[in-house]
Design a protein around this ligand. Structure first.
Ligand code: SAH
Ligand code: SF4
Length: 391
């Protein structure tokens, strides 16, 4: 590194923004960086361990590294550069929603949901079994671990333009880097002093943005979270609106989260009216691409279905959806989500009776269907709702 930012006491935030973050850098890149400092060959691994296993926030905390080395790294313009929780909103149900600041002042939403939102029910994973165990535990029984799901953003805003979604109203401002995606998780784990290995932490990439339109950074973040932080990929679910080339690439990954497709409609006509992206990629092609994913034993793919009153919530829609999924030859389950209303969005919520009838119809037609528990309604917990409301 030949040039680096000068320290300016009056604008520390600007100096910080121009620092080069070490968080988000893979081991191989770290080795490259450290090479230029002529340090012992074990140093990159030591720093990597501090970044992802110890989850340090500052270079000063890496006490295994001599002070002189930490000073040299700082002088050369390096910092840990972990995204910071800028604002916290607490719900009466224990859910916490954060605006997390990235280097350039943009913020994204991240959510901590203690005990999850039942999203993993029936997907054949460990999280699914734990969900069932927690439900059958009596009040006097306390589990020896903490369970929580973190909902993670992949982009600032989103370009996909689903008509029912508030994030869509922001447009896409930029992709998040791998460090900014994995960094949301680490910032939230640190806030709750979560211990990987003891606590059961599940991740859902269902925050702001379309992960498969930021594919490389998203997958790099998954690798950091699995290989660095130590969260198994079988505890992660990525949700896509149906980016066909993304699903095709995903099917070839050796290490991959579980997949959820935001289907939201039983046919292309209804779907296109809600999700214009259907014009580009049809449901049949998305299902065919999903069939190419080699599933783990007991794994099921999830189909998310946001219920919009009078649009896709009729009994015949449920019947058509069941026929579609049973004919798809996929090990599938459906997560029903009651639409969270937002300003300037011309839809209405489904009635509780219609939601119950829809779920009943799917189950009667042989399709496992679960209702996602709404979390944090009082803190604008729907996708993109907080940022949009504050702006
Ligand atoms: N872009 C990805 C992941 C983020 S959206 C995707 O679309 O899958 C995550 C989920 O939130 C999607 O299933 C989407 O359909 C749903 N969603 C978006 N806006 C919503 C709202 N206002 N109420 C309920 N669910 C919503
Ligand atoms: Fe983007 Fe997902 Fe919202 Fe659609 S539902 S606009 S893909 S974030």
């Amino acid at each position: 590194m030949t040039s680096f930012p000068q320290f300016d006491q009056n604008s520390p935030a600007i100096v910080e923004n121009t620092m080069m973050p070490l968080f988000g850098v893979e081991l191989q890149q770290l080795e490259e960086i450290i090479k230029s400092f002529t340090l012992e060959s074990y140093r990159p691994r030591q720093i990597w361990h501090a970044l992802y296993k110890k989850r340090v926030s500052t270079l000063e905390e890496i006490t295994s590294l001599p002070l002189s080395v930490r000073n040299r790294l700082t002088a050369a313009g390096y910092s840990i550069g972990l995204p910071k929780i800028a604002q916290t909103f607490k719900s009466s149900d224990g859910t916490e929603r954060y605006l997390i600041a990235c280097g350039d002042g943009e913020t994204v939403e991240t959510v901590w949901m203690p005990n999850g939102d039942d999203g993993e029910m029936g997907d054949g994973s460990d999280a699914d079994s734990e969900e069932a165990a927690a439900q059958s535990a009596t009040l006097s029984e306390t589990l020896p671990y903490r369970r929580a799901t973190i909902c993670v953003s992949s982009q600032v805003g989103c370009a996909v333009n689903c008509h029912f979604c508030l994030t869509a109203k922001l447009g896409v401002r930029r992709n998040l880097t791998a460090g900014e995606i994995a960094g949301q998780v680490v910032a939230v784990l640190n806030r709750h002093q979560a211990r990987i290995g003891r606590d059961r932490i599940n991740l859902v990439f269902m925050g702001m943005g379309e992960p498969f339109l930021n594919y490389d950074n998203f997958m790099a973040a998954v690798h950091l979270l699995v290989e660095g932080v130590g969260i198994p990929e079988s505890r992660m679910t990525v949700s896509t609106s149906g980016i066909l080339p993304g699903i095709e690439r995903f099917a070839m990954e050796k290490l991959r989260p579980k997949l959820a497709l935001s289907l939201n409609a039983p046919n292309d006509t209804i779907r296109e009216a809600m999700m214009p992206i259907t014009r580009k990629w049809k449901i049949a092609d998305l299902l065919a691409a999903m069939r190419a994913i080699p599933l783990r034993p007991r794994e099921r793919v999830t189909f998310e279905y946001v219920l919009l009153g009078g649009v896709n919530d009729r009994r015949e829609d449920a019947r058509e959806l069941a026929t579609l999924l049973r004919g798809s030859d996929l090990q599938a389950k459906v997560n029903l989500i009651v639409w969270n209303p937002g300003p300037e969005i011309p839809y209405r919520m489904p009635t509780p009776e219609d939601v119950a009838a829809f779920q009943k119809q799917l189950i009667a037609s042989g399709v496992p269907a679960f209702l996602r528990r709404p979390r944090g309604r009082d803190i604008y917990a729907a996708c993109g709702q907080l940022k949009r409301t504050l702006e």
